[in-house]
Write a protein that binds this ligand. Structure first.
Ligand SMILES: *[C@@H]1O[C@H](CO)[C@@H](O)[C@H](O)[C@H]1NC(C)=O
Ligand SMILES: *[C@@H]1O[C@H](CO)[C@@H](O)[C@H](O)[C@H]1NC(C)=O
Ligand SMILES: *[C@@H]1O[C@H](CO)[C@@H](O)[C@H](O)[C@H]1NC(C)=O
Length: 484
């Protein structure tokens, strides 16, 4: 699908900070570019309200101010008592030190089997996974690299000399104390001075490394630098990719916790949503609801009403929910680094849409069901994607199901494996992947197929691949637009 028209705002405006609200918010400024089913989407990252209140100055459109009936504040006030009993779903422990160490051991064995001497990564989901080095660590032109030796499993890192103190202060997890190999805790940091080539320093410090596997997120300059220093670089193998794609029990517990909670949040919003509310009221209220539950950091959302939902990447600012329209809410946050990604297409209690739109909702649900049945061990990703398209095609909407069925979910919002028509990978026991078919018809397209208004319907649950089939990490799938 084409990129959105540049003249069209990609985000509802209220999901960006407004000047007047700055004092109320702790902001992690930034816009993340992610893809949903292969489409580029711009998302706001983590607005967290440490004021806890909500208040009126929150971009809830025509109804902002105080507790006006259709404001974000009133939506939040209505939803929180429904959601609060579910906050305990988030009582899941973070990944333990032992698990990090065992991940490093597993990686070392896989590297040895692949015939490489070491693994090299820049701060990314991979370093977060293996050593608790946050993916939000700011990359600069000066390389800071995680290093893991294949033969010994010894962890170390390459670091700008003047940054040694700061980086040693990160909560990195490694254990070299018992190792009697050439490297040990005293030389875990390989420091390079400003006037040196970091890669030449690395090549000198690790003379036995002739060939390394580079993490898929590392920048080209790292590959070029290593090669320039005489170290052969190979790309990350599918085997190493699937180490992180297959979730451990602790990870599944975290994903289940944040995703079941996220669905409860959507359910609470559905019970309080009213015709006339603005998309931005849902964005703001949801941000506050996640923050009140203690998981505001990592919040993102796509909230689209009526024909705006025809753009999976988001439509225009200021849309309010009208009679006869669906509300599409695609939302998530993070728990100890692990993300949620849940979409529901809903209706407020008492509101209705045409039989035709209800039929579209059921078609998308049936497409999702077909995907579920195939989300078993050893099914090929492209076959699962294809299975979800059959019913959409039968309903005549094949051209309007424009993106892939889903993607892996974990530390990254989108990660391996990708369920698209070209991926011949097989699903593995313990992978968590989203199942998110959708049908999108813009108002312009609607006129070409004898309809007046555009619409968009998507349903999404992350699922755990088992040997029997898919298990929703949300606890349960949608039952209807009134019972998400
Ligand atoms: C991982 O890092 C986080 C954030 O810095 C820290 O709170 C946590 O204790 C670390 N985990 C371990 C096992 O050290
Ligand atoms: C660690 O390395 C230092 C110097 O590189 C050496 O003096 C020390 O004995 C080593 N310790 C262990 C436990 O191998
Ligand atoms: C999946 O395929 C592998 C390799 O072909 C086989 O060993 C395994 O038994 C299969 N598992 C299931 C649940 O079908």
């Amino acid at each position: 699908m084409a990129m959105p028209d540049a003249s069209e705002p990609l985000l509802p405006r209220a999901s960006r900070p407004r000047n007047g609200a700055v004092r109320l918010w702790v902001l992690r400024l930034g816009v993340a570019v992610i893809t949903i089913g292969g489409l580029l989407v711009l998302l706001n990252l983590s607005l967290h309200d440490h004021n806890g209140g909500g208040g009126g100055d929150d971009g809830s459109g025509p109804n902002e101010g105080g507790n006006a009936p259709l404001s974000a504040a009133s939506l939040e006030a209505c939803a929180w008592p429904l959601l609060e009993p579910h906050v305990s779903l988030l009582d899941v422990p973070a990944i333990s030190r032992d698990e990090y160490l065992s991940r490093q051991e597993t990686l070392a064995s896989a590297l040895a089997a692949a015939g490489v001497d070491a693994f090299v990564a820049e701060p990314s989901a991979s370093t977060e996974y293996y050593a608790n080095i946050s993916s939000s660590f700011d990359l600069s032109e000066r390389p800071f690299l995680m290093l893991l030796e294949a033969k010994t499993g010894v962890f170390s890192y390459l670091v700008p000399q003047f940054e040694t103190g700061r980086i040693a202060g990160l909560d990195m997890v490694y254990d070299n104390r018992d190792r009697t190999d050439s490297q040990n805790a005293t030389d875990v940091a390989v420091a390079w001075a400003e006037e040196e080539s970091p890669y030449a320093v690395l090549a000198r410090a690790r003379p036995g490394w002739n060939k390394v596997m580079l993490d898929e997120h590392a920048r080209y300059m790292i590959a070029a630098g290593l090669q320039g220093a005489g170290i052969e670089v190979v790309p990350m193998s599918e085997t190493v990719q699937s180490l992180r794609a297959v979730k451990t029990a602790a990870e599944v517990a975290l994903l289940r916790g944040i995703n079941t909670f996220t669905l409860e949040l959507v359910r609470s919003v559905q019970k309080c949503l009213r015709v006339g509310m603005a998309q931005e009221a849902v964005v703001t209220a949801s941000s506050h609801l996640f923050a009140r539950a203690g998981v505001g950091e990592g919040y993102w959302s796509i909230v689209l009403f009526g024909d705006q939902a025809a753009y999976p990447h988001g439509g225009k600012h200021g849309k309010t929910l009208a009679e006869g329209e669906f509300a599409l809410i695609d939302i998530g946050s993070k728990l100890h680094g692990y993300g949620s990604d849940v979409t529901r297409t809903i209706l407020p209690t008492g509101a209705e849409v045409s039989d035709e739109l209800m039929g579209i909702w059921r078609t998308v649900f049936a497409a999702q069901s077909a995907g579920f049945e195939r989300m078993r061990v050893n099914e090929t990703c492209s076959d699962v994607d294809a299975a979800s398209r059959v019913v959409v095609k039968e309903a005549g909407y094949a051209p309007f199901y424009t993106h892939r069925l889903g993607h892996g979910l974990g530390l990254e919002m989108h990660e391996h494996p990708y369920l698209n028509g070209a991926n011949s990978e097989k699903l593995k026991l313990g992978e968590v992947v989203t199942n998110e078919p959708g049908i999108y018809v813009t108002t312009e397209q609607a006129k070409t197929i004898g309809k007046e208004f555009g619409f968009g319907v998507r349903l999404e649950d992350p699922i755990l691949v088992t040997d029997k089939g898919g298990e929703p990490m949300t606890g349960r799938r949608a039952r209807s637009p009134y019972d998400p």
